[in-house]
Write a protein of this length. Structure first.
Length: 315
């Protein structure tokens, strides 16, 4: 049977950074893999970022989400059926930070996927700098991801102290109690090593970590009050103005609760940058990309307020 892994993590936690390292480890072990990027919106920026690991033994595929659970489940099942016929050793799904774990398990238990695939690992990436004040829906999503994970990897540890790491670990444990989850998180479930420093010993542990099928009362995420995505296609801006606008949109409460702003932006006649920003971090670097798109992800987004910084959205 084909092994299947799921890499979860809240918006901006570092899933794609981890995935590139994990994929290299598997390829070096001689596995033939397929990575399915499963995004919440209509455009997947991470798919572009992963292009440099694509090869004969590493295929990249994409599923578009954000238009309802049933439609998304059909697309996921169809994609997995197609991939099941291509002789891969392992399929890795990297979903958006907005993902219902039950959807993953439900699809894999359906015919014919239950005869072709075996769930191997669920790996949760948790930002060690996660904001203390996040909404109930965000806490619920974080809980569900950690509850199912065989390994919980703490990311963005570069400037974090041991007491801060302990606080983050305790916070994850407390979410199990808050949402009446059956999972009991233990110290050995965490890996607190910077993703860039993960070595073969760490990956040997991760690839054997498995998953947990924890039980907890189900909560829905409303489309109106829940997560939203705003797109700007063919987006261009002066670099300094772009950084200023991104920072202002992230901190301006009138814009709603903006969790992440990412994309590829034209900053000059021959220059483009990749921007990836949360409230805690902002990264801008030169990049070569055929596509220019800016994506804003958050809760209860106010398009009128956001337009003051970025103009009229495409979607």
């Amino acid at each position: 049977m084909i092994k299947i892994d799921l890499i979860t993590g809240f918006l901006g936690a570092g899933k794609t950074t981890f995935l590139k390292k994990y994929a290299k480890y598997l390829l070096d072990k001689g596995e033939r893999i397929c990575i399915i990027e499963n995004d919440f919106g209509a455009i997947n920026v991470d798919m572009v970022i992963l292009q440099d690991i694509a090869s004969d033994n590493c295929n990249l595929e994409m599923i578009v989400g954000g238009d309802g659970r049933e439609a998304h489940q059909r697309r996921l099942k169809t994609k997995l059926i197609a991939m099941g016929m291509n002789g891969y050793d392992r399929v890795i799904i990297e979903p958006s930070g907005i993902f219902d774990l039950d959807e993953f398990f439900d699809v894999l238990y359906e015919e014919p996927l239950d005869r072709w695939y075996e769930i191997d690992n669920v790996i949760a990436i948790v930002d060690s700098k996660l904001e203390k004040d996040i909404t109930r829906e965000s806490r619920y999503l974080l809980m569900s991801e950690a509850a199912s994970a065989g390994t919980i990897i703490l990311s963005k540890l570069e400037s974090i102290s041991d007491p801060d790491i302990e606080f983050t670990e305790q916070r994850i444990k407390s979410l199990m109690e808050e949402f009446k989850c059956s999972r009991v998180i233990k110290e050995e479930d965490f890996i607190a090593v910077p993703i860039e420093c993960l070595d073969d010993n760490a990956f040997n542990q991760i690839v054997k970590s498995g998953y947990n099928k924890a039980s907890y009362p189900k909560e829905g995420i409303s489309e109106k009050e829940g997560f939203q995505t705003i797109f700007y296609f063919d987006y261009s801006s002066d670099a300094e103005k772009l950084i200023e606008n991104v920072r202002n949109a992230l901190k301006n409460e009138e814009c709603g609760k903006v969790h992440r702003i990412k994309g590829f932006v034209q900053t000059g006649a021959d220059t483009k940058v990749e921007i990836n920003a949360t409230r805690q971090e902002l990264s801008v670097k030169d990049v070569e990309s055929d596509r220019t798109v800016l994506i804003i992800i958050g809760e209860q987004l106010n398009k009128d307020a956001i337009k003051k910084y970025f103009g009229e959205p495409s979607l």
